[in-house]
Design a protein around this ligand. Structure first.
Ligand SMILES: *Cc1c(COP(=O)(O)O)cnc(C)c1O
Ligand code: SF4
Length: 350
């Protein structure tokens, strides 16, 4: 084990103790967490952790707080199950649907909204299940966009991923293939030429990488993003607003600036979903709005993400603001500028 410790992921509490990321006294309590939620920390992420409580460590090192399960938390906070017509498909909006070919991830984020389902045990669709899921897409001409997510689709072998992309590319009604992945930052070396070849298609293919802190965009990650971009694949990012990780104007600004500098357009900033054992990550909406207000006017509009909440129960994602229109007796009385000054609405739109 120790011989290749550098090149393999940390996958249990014992290895965390050995790596000095968890104190031996915490071993027993954390075993209860481990029994419930998988652990994985790639060498790339391990290298970024300076202390267990820093913004990278907090995202992937288990804590006993994960055993606190508040009453309002839900195993399936965004209601995937209610919108699953066949295994591996989630169809909540008319024009797009998710395809989840596996539930394995390079790292297991401690705040994950699908934490009750993701894990190294797999959830890999069998050939027959994958065929049935693809069949569902074939039979749904209203669906124009397939969102490959999971788990992490870039954890598939190039061969299997290539087969999925090819099958989707053959469907005339599909315009867009979107991939959501943590791999570019969590395991950049996985983006080999073979895996990138698997992504080649005549359709528009967009890659959305999940990244929460500027430090995740290491030299290796930046290089991986460049390889993706050289293939003509446009890149977006999504982040989750997390306490102790990115819940300040300065940290958020550094993340967003680094993303645009790398040619990645920040797409969504997610409000934390109420998944079990994640309360220690919660940032109140009002603080989230204030962080964004703090960036408005100061940071290029290219860096601006939409702050969204997935309404618990599976009712969909909605933007949360901040809003600059001021409500008054006649509905819209004025508008606030980025510095917080009030102005009368300049024309008669209403
Ligand atoms: C988040 C999500 C999407 C994608 O929504 P966009 O707003 O287009 O990014 C699609 N389907 C489901 C079920 C989702 O949860
Ligand atoms: S990579 Fe995504 S799906 Fe996997 S654990 Fe992290 S947040 Fe969850």
């Amino acid at each position: 084990m120790s011989g290749n410790a550098k090149s393999s992921s940390i996958r249990d509490v014992a290895a965390l103790v050995e790596a000095g990321l968890v104190s031996p006294a915490m071993m027993d309590p954390l075993r209860l967490v481990e029994a419930r939620y998988d652990i994985a920390i790639t060498p790339a992420f391990r290298d970024l952790i300076q202390s267990a409580d820093d913004p990278i460590g907090r995202q992937v090192i288990p804590r006993v707080e994960e055993l606190d399960q508040a009453a309002f938390q839900m195993a399936d906070p965004i209601g995937d199950a209610r919108h699953t017509p066949v295994k591996g498909v989630v169809h909540r909006y008319e024009d797009r649907a998710l395809l989840t070919p596996l539930l394995i991830c390079p790292i297991y984020c401690r705040f994950c909204f699908r934490r009750e389902r993701v894990g190294a045990e797999g959830g890999l669709l069998t050939d027959a299940e994958l065929e049935a899921a693809l069949g569902w897409f074939r039979q749904h001409p209203d669906v124009r966009e397939v969102i490959l997510t999971g788990g992490d689709p870039l954890m598939l072998s190039p061969r299997r991923l290539g087969r999925i992309i090819a099958a989707l590319s053959d469907m005339a009604h599909i315009d867009i293939i979107r991939i959501h992945s943590r791999v570019p930052v969590a395991d950049p070396e996985r983006l080999t030429p073979a895996l990138l070849d698997a992504l080649s298609t005549e359709k528009a293919l967009w890659l959305v990488t999940h990244v929460n802190h500027a430090a995740e965009l290491s030299e290796a990650a930046s290089q991986a993003l460049r390889h993706v971009q050289k293939r003509g694949i446009p890149m977006l990012s999504q982040s989750v607003l997390l306490r102790g990780v990115n819940d300040s104007v300065e940290v958020m600004e550094a993340l967003l600036r680094r993303l645009v500098r790398l040619g990645v357009k920040p797409y969504y900033l997610h409000h934390l979903d109420p998944a079990p054992g994640t309360e220690h990550f919660r940032v109140p909406v009002e603080r989230g709005l204030n962080i964004l207000r703090g960036l408005r006017g100061r940071v290029t509009g290219l860096a601006w993400p939409t702050y969204v909440m997935d309404i618990a129960g599976g009712y969909g994602k909605v933007p949360l603001g901040p809003h600059y229109l001021e409500a008054g007796p006649t509905m819209m009385e004025g508008v606030t500028d980025p510095k917080g000054r009030h102005h009368k609405w300049p024309n008669s739109d209403f």
